[in-house]
Structures are given as structure tokens and as C-alpha cells.
Write a protein that binds this ligand. Structure first.
Ligand SMILES: [Zn+2]
Length: 138
């Protein structure tokens, strides 16, 4: 995962949720698909790079139920979310979710799965430094 400096500032400018960023947000209003158990929506700020490729689409699957892990969902909800993952994986999206307890997980208490589509060609070389992210592409 990588944000350019500009998109990192945008990402960081959103107000911090007091409880859960997903439960406090109007996910239905942002969704491109709503199922019985989940929302499918564009991420507010796309990653700029994923596996050294430029990101061209970045979606999130967010369970309607506030759970930290997919394991806490019932079988119907798990199946429905898996069906969304399978559909988008077949369309060329990478499927990614951070582990419970991961320090990289920004909405820590509410499970969510990233669907990330990238350009096929890899950047020739990428030099990246940690915050504030500086990227030099060759
Ligand atoms: Zn929540």
C-alpha cells in the first residue's frame, strides 16, 4: 500500500471517528452495491501504488455488522462477502484484508476487505520513504 504525499494529506484530513469510522459514516450513500450483509463502495482515497503498480480502482467490502473479523460473521454473511470477492477477483482485482490487530489497519475494529485493481505494467523502479511519503518513479 502506498499513498503519494497529496493523497496521503487528503486521506489524513478526514475527521477521526469517535467510535467506528464505518458505523458513523453513510456507507449506503457511498455504495455501488448493497447486499443483505455488506456494502461495496469505492475507497474514499485510493492507494496510489499496490505491488509497484499504479492503482486504477480501489473498492472496499464492508460488512454491515460491526465485527473485527470475518470469523465473527454467520455463514450467510461470509458466503455473500466471498461471492463479492470471487466476482471481483475474476475481474482482475487483488483481494486484501489486514489481520485483526494489525497496526496498519486504520479502521481497526471493523473488518473490511480491499479490492484493488492495478495497471498491468510494473513501475521500472520505485524509491519510497516512510511518512511523509516521498516517491520517485523512474
Ligand atoms: Zn463499525
Amino acid at each position: 500500500m502506498f499513498h503519494y504525499r497529496k493523497t496521503f494529506k487528503t486521506y489524513n484530513s478526514f475527521p477521526k471517528a469517535t467510535t467506528c469510522a464505518f458505523c458513523e459514516d453513510d456507507l449506503a450513500g457511498r455504495s455501488i452495491e448493497i447486499t443483505e450483509h455488506a456494502y461495496l463502495m469505492p475507497n474514499r482515497v485510493f492507494y496510489d501504488l499496490w505491488e509497484q503498480r499504479e492503482v486504477i480502482d480501489h473498492l472496499l467490502i464492508v460488512p454491515k455488522q460491526h465485527v473485527a473479523s470475518l470469523s465473527q460473521l454467520d455463514s450467510d454473511a461470509k458466503l455473500q462477502i466471498m461471492e463479492i470477492m470471487a466476482e471481483y477477483e475474476s475481474r482482475g482485482y487483488n483481494v486484501y484484508a489486514r489481520a485483526v490487530g494489525s497496526k496498519q489497519r486504520t479502521v481497526a475494529s471493523h473488518q473490511h476487505t480491499h479490492l484493488i485493481k492495478t495497471k498491468p505494467q510494473q513501475a521500472n523502479a520505485v524509491l519510497a520513504m516512510q511518512k511523509p511519503y516521498i516517491l520517485v518513479k523512474f
